[in-house]
Design a protein around this ligand. Sequence first.
Ligand code: 8X3
Length: 250
Amino acid sequence: MKDQIVCITGASSGIGWATAKALNDLGARLILCGRREEKLKQLGEQLQVEYQLLVFDVRDRKAVFDAFKSLSETWRKIDVLINNAGNAHGLDPVHTADVDDWDAMIDGNVKGLMYVTKAVLPHMVKSKKGHIINLGSIAGKEVYPNGSGYCSSKFAVDAFTTGLRIDLNPYGIRVGAIHPGLVQTEFSEVRFKGDQARAAKVYEGADALTAEEVAEAIRYMLTVPEKVNVADLVLLPTRQANAYVLNRKT
Ligand code: 8X3
């Protein structure tokens, strides 16, 4: 990974942040993308490698393309893209779910990921090399009660990943996805709109994954020999059997 240019979206917290730290340790040069400039700056201060910050919201199509256009010729030559940005908003049955929550998830988790991919791809296609890792979810493999909006967005990520792998196959570009189950991050707090008590309950007795553990799996996906592509990796806490079976510690 030394000196490779790796772009990480959603780098200002959680899995994105932990992945940036892990790749810093491997000597990669990093493009840190996120909405919260202050957080990105804090992360940058902890890195030893060269880095660039790109502050934009993946939901804003123009902002995405403008951000990548603003990079110098050197930094535009991205070797690895980690499409990590994404969130859950709400956990409700379809008939009571907030349509704004659906918009936020489809616009961010799906369309945003597609915009960023499109913005980064020209160099990879031209140079016939590159590696794209999308952050899916167990929610993109199995639908769970009240998760129709979020699950739809993550099923779309799974489909887009497969399509991308097929389309980029002639160019030798690796495309894979990692699908985590329960990861203890800001995820549930965002899903429940700041309700910390409700968020904490999600992880109670679950021995949930940490962001660092997911980052470690991403590091693995990136460091296997170039002829190997980890196409689809589901990562669950041992206590979690699937999207809705969880053996909580009591
Ligand atoms: C996160 C996994 O099961 O909390 O993407 O939706 S889950």
